[in-house]
Design a protein. Structure first.
Length: 314
């Protein structure tokens, strides 16, 4: 029995040691121990200028979806709107000699709903988040003390659309379909594009086409990025990875994968931002595989994530 106890203690010690070594491999960040921007550090004026050269026709694409009370979202996320006329004592008669009337609105929403950006304070590995920050030290009910989405700079970069549905020869990929390095490189080669440092890479799977027709299916499973593919994109030094799905990564998860492990690879380990529910249909229809990508997110102080409406210009 003593030998068994020693063996178990030894195994536990080894596991803890390996865990500590694994943690040390992804923090502190290569951008410095105090960094809070992650892959946004790749954004530069030169990169923005190069992205502007991709604009040939001036056509713009709204990449955000419209959100309402029925928009499928990760439980228990919901969203509702209230239209009010605060302090409008005159009612329909209005205020003052010109009978001024007005409406205001109140949103009662989780910010992680609809088209959104996941900030670096969203997902962790145990108690550790991007750059090794411990959640106990920065996650406060009144707002994040570090890694807030309000600190994300404007994204003006080269956008790359990879049409995975076309690569597989279908209109919509089935749930559980994972694409990794081979498929990403294959789609890029087929389209004649390359992935570069500072890019925003977006996948078209066709999944968003069922958001209204079959919201239950849409919001419970999906095709998406696999673990190897996530590591590959981090190695390419992209700024952000997005898709026309609610969680970016493949669900059901790959065999042997942890819960939202792709999120872990991208956000805390890679400092790479995630874009979800991106409206890619028009880009795919026009075969707009390269474009200028522009995003200015909501800057509410200490926020974890933000609803967005990115714009593609070509």
């Amino acid at each position: 029995m003593k030998h068994l106890q020693k063996a178990l203690i030894g195994a536990a010690t080894l596991a803890l040691s390996l865990s500590a070594i694994a943690q040390q491999t992804w923090f502190p960040s290569k951008f410095g121990a105090a960094d809070e921007l992650g892959s946004a550090n790749y954004l530069t004026p030169a990169l923005a200028l190069e992205a502007s050269k991709l604009v040939k026709t001036g056509k713009t694409y709204s990449l955000g979806i419209t959100v309402n009370t029925t928009t499928p979202a990760y439980p228990p996320r919901t969203c509702s709107i209230y239209i009010v006329q605060p302090g409008q004592q005159g009612g329909s008669e209005g205020l003052g000699p010109t009978k001024t009337t007005y409406n205001d609105d109140i949103l009662n929403c989780w910010t992680g709903i609809g088209t959104q950006i996941d900030g670096l304070g969203h997902i962790g590995v145990g108690e550790r988040y991007y750059n090794g920050n411990k959640w106990q030290d920065f996650a406060n009910i009144g707002g994040l003390k570090k890694l807030g989405a309000d600190k994300i700079p404007p994204f003006v970069a080269r956008g790359v659309l990879l049409d995975m549905a076309a690569y597989y020869g279908v209109d919509m990929l089935k749930e559980g379909t994972a694409f990794n390095k081979a498929e990403i490189e294959g789609a890029a080669k087929k389209q004649g594009v390359e992935i570069r440092q500072g890019d925003v890479v977006i996948f078209h799977t066709g999944w968003l086409s069922i958001i209204d027709k079959d919201p239950k299916r849409f919001g419970s499973v999906e095709p998406g990025l696999g673990r190897e593919g996530a590591r590959y994109l981090v190695s390419k030094n992209v700024v952000a990875v997005g898709a026309d799905t609610w969680a970016l990564e493949v669900i059901p998860f790959e065999q042997g994968a942890g819960v939202f492990e792709v999120h872990q690879i991208l956000l805390p380990m890679g400092g790479t931002y995630i874009l979800e529910n991106i409206n890619t249909a028009e880009l795919a229809k026009d075969k707009a595989y390269e474009f200028m990508f522009v995003l200015g997110q909501n800057k509410y102080q200490g926020s974890v994530q933000s609803m967005i409406n990115p714009v593609a210009i070509r």
